[in-house]
Design a protein around this ligand. Structure first.
Ligand code: NDP
Ligand code: 8X3
Length: 257
């Protein structure tokens, strides 16, 4: 059964990794898409690819930095005035650096807090009132294993993801009595551009993170997102912990090198 056909979804961070894979998976389910990210060329490429594959879908791109509330509010409200948003995938985020809290880089910290935490709040604050007014909607927040368990040098990244988990609970609580469902999806190690971004473009270092085991793929996360969204209206899957089979916690990774 496809319960999400013809709905409209906003995906933040659609230019890469989980967001891009989710765009493909939702398009396959006939969901109209608003693709948000900072890199407009990539957005255009994705829109082109998807429109070739699914010519009937309504696809829009939004080249935006979610750290900037004014742009988020103005641009999204303009879209929502014409097309209500049924599904929000709060996916945009990053780790920047991996160093001790003793000598962490303040710019890295601010980048993570402003994106993963404040950016997610800005987007949610803009979208949720209309969902509440319509008494329907589905929000998926991308948390992380890092939000469940803090690992060495993960400090601020882990804190932002723990905060995402808390905000997921808060959304569910504050939306009691409405038809809006909220899921926090917390994946373990997944091979995307995540580590390349974390290590500021050092691809060799990034590749090592995924050596000797089968990490999650972006498509695995996309498949789970479709499953969660497609559940019947009375089913609210609130939390999903999703790990590679080789990894049970950040400290229990079977890596054959
Ligand atoms: P990628 O680096 O491949 O994708 C991150 C996406 O976020 C990009 O599309 C990027 O787009 C977007 N983004 C980053 N900052 C902003 C911003 N300020 N405004 C708008 N968009 C932004 O990594 P993943 O796909 O792995 O990451 C997606 C989410 O999953 C993140 O929240 C991450 O923390 C989380 N996660 C990742 C795991 C992993 O192991 N890969 C595991 C658990 C959670 P652009 O640069 O074009 O703006
Ligand atoms: C991203 C995965 O392993 O850095 O959340 O926690 S990890």
């Amino acid at each position: 059964t496809n319960r999400i056909a013809n709905k409209t979804a906003l995906i933040t961070g659609a230019t890469s990794g989980f967001g891009k894979a989710t765009a493909h998976a939702l398009a396959q389910m006939n969901v109209n898409l608003i693709l948000l990210g900072r890199r407009s060329e990539r957005l255009q490429e994705l829109q082109q690819t998807l429109s070739n594959l699914h010519p009937k879908l309504h696809l829009r791109t939004l080249a935006l930095d979610i750290k900037k509330y004014d742009g988020v509010k103005t641009e999204l409200e303009a879209i929502m005035a014409k097309t209500p948003i049924d599904i929000l995938i709060n996916n945009a985020g990053l780790a920047s650096g991996l160093s001790s809290i003793v000598d962490g880089d303040l710019d890295d910290w601010e980048q993570m807090i402003d994106t993963n935490l404040k950016g997610l709040l800005y987007v949610s604050r803009t979208i949720l009132p209309q969902m509440k007014q319509r008494n329907q909607g589905h929000v998926i927040n991308i948390g992380s294993m890092a939000g469940n368990t803090t690992y060495p040098n993960g400090n601020v990244y882990c804190a932002t993801k723990a905060a995402v988990h808390t905000l997921g609970q808060a959304m569910n609580i504050d939306l009691t009595g409405t038809g809006i469902r909220v899921c926090t999806l917390a994946p373990g190690a997944a091979n995307t551009e995540f580590s390349e971004v974390r290590f500021h473009g050092d691809k060799l270092k990034a590749d090592k993170v995924y050596q000797g085991f089968q990490p999650l793929l972006a498509e695995d996360i996309a498949e789970m997102i479709v499953y969660v969204l497609n559940a019947p209206a009375h089913v609210n899957i609130q939390k999903v912990d999703m790990m590679p089979t080789a990894q049970r916690t950040p400290y229990h990774l079977h890596q054959e090198i």
